[in-house]
Design a binder for this molecule. Structure first.
Ligand SMILES: Cc1cc2nc3c(=O)[nH]c(=O)nc-3n(C[C@H](O)[C@H](O)[C@H](O)COP(=O)(O)O)c2cc1C
Length: 286
């Protein structure tokens, strides 16, 4: 899959790769009303990583329905729409509107954006996540993926709360809160104080969390964080992930999701493994 926010809305992507060759297309997070996002600069490259503070810039739900969704009618790729609300009611409005859209296969509930004030509020609290998922589950029959933040000491508790209230899948991780300082001005390299770190720098951290959450719940986990190769992807599968997503790698190589898939197929061939079932969650501890 592609990771939310790193592959646009489909229009940019269709000139880069065959969208139907993806396991799923995940849109950038859509909010009820348009958002301008944070001021620039909002990207800072670090060794092996990317610090961003985009702040959920998007044109809002209506614009998405009018201009982005129709594009997917000519593709078969499963479509996951990522949504975020400032309140439970906003999440419900988004989910209920998307419920009636037959082209939308699943919703990804973004309770984990570190770049907006209210973004991580839900995802750092097992209680709030549970309440949100319970209400969404009642209102919506689509496959529901809950995207978790690594910026909490309680990720397993949040995962369990989402599972108990009816999440179909969990996706992890969103970006790690970080910062970069320009020593000459002593100010942040970004227009905001903090940003979210992604890319290869976070892979070992993300892998550890995917491993721990996969052990703690029965709900399938979608693993992501720094995946740039087929071997990286396989590490996440061995740690327990059912699927994986490629994010920042696409900024360096727009066809990165396809490259990862091809490399994954070739390493599975090399190991004589015919199905991911054979290797998923088979990490040998000790
Ligand atoms: C520029 C940028 C924008 C992102 N926007 C979103 C977003 O809108 N919604 C979301 O859930 N995650 C967003 N993410 C997080 C990614 O989906 C992913 O969880 C994270 O980057 C880790 O994967 P990676 O290391 O492969 O990039 C964004 C990441 C980047 C780098």
């Amino acid at each position: 899959m592609v990771a939310s926010g790193t592959y646009g809305w489909g229009e940019e992507a269709e000139s880069l790769i065959d969208l139907d060759s993806l396991g799923a297309f995940v849109t950038k997070t859509v909010t009820l009303n348009p958002r301008q996002g944070n001021p620039s600069p909002r990207i800072w490259e670090t060794p092996s990583g990317l610090l961003n503070s985009i702040g959920l810039q998007n044109n809002g739900l209506n614009e998405f329905l009018k201009n982005s969704l129709p594009l997917f009618k000519k593709y078969r790729v499963p479509l996951v729409v990522s949504i975020a609300g400032e309140t439970i009611d906003e999440f419900l409005d988004l989910a209920m509107t998307l419920e009636s859209q037959s082209r939308v296969d699943a919703l990804e509930i973004n309770v984990s954006c570190p770049n907006v004030k209210e973004g991580m509020l839900f995802g750092t609290s097992p209680k709030l996540t549970g309440e949100l998922v319970r209400k969404l589950r009642k209102a919506c029959s689509k496959t529901m993926i809950v995207k978790l933040t690594p910026n909490t000491g309680e990720i397993k508790e949040v995962a369990r709360a989402a599972e108990e209230e009816g999440a179909d899948c969990l996706a992890l991780v969103n970006t790690f809160l970080g910062m970069a300082i320009d020593p000459r001005t002593r100010r942040s390299r970004l227009a905001t104080t903090f940003g979210g770190l992604s890319g290869p720098a976070i892979k070992p951290l993300a892998l550890r969390l995917v491993y721990e959450v996969s052990k703690a719940v029965k709900t399938p986990v979608i693993g992501m964080g720094g995946i740039i190769s087929g071997e990286d992807a396989l590490e996440f599968i061995i740690a327990g992930a059912y699927a994986i997503a490629v994010g920042s790698a696409s900024f360096r190589r727009p066809d990165a999701p396809i490259k990862v898939l091809e490399e994954l197929e070739s390493i599975l061939d090399e190991l004589g493994i015919e199905s991911l079932e054979e290797i998923r969650g088979t990490f040998k501890d000790g």
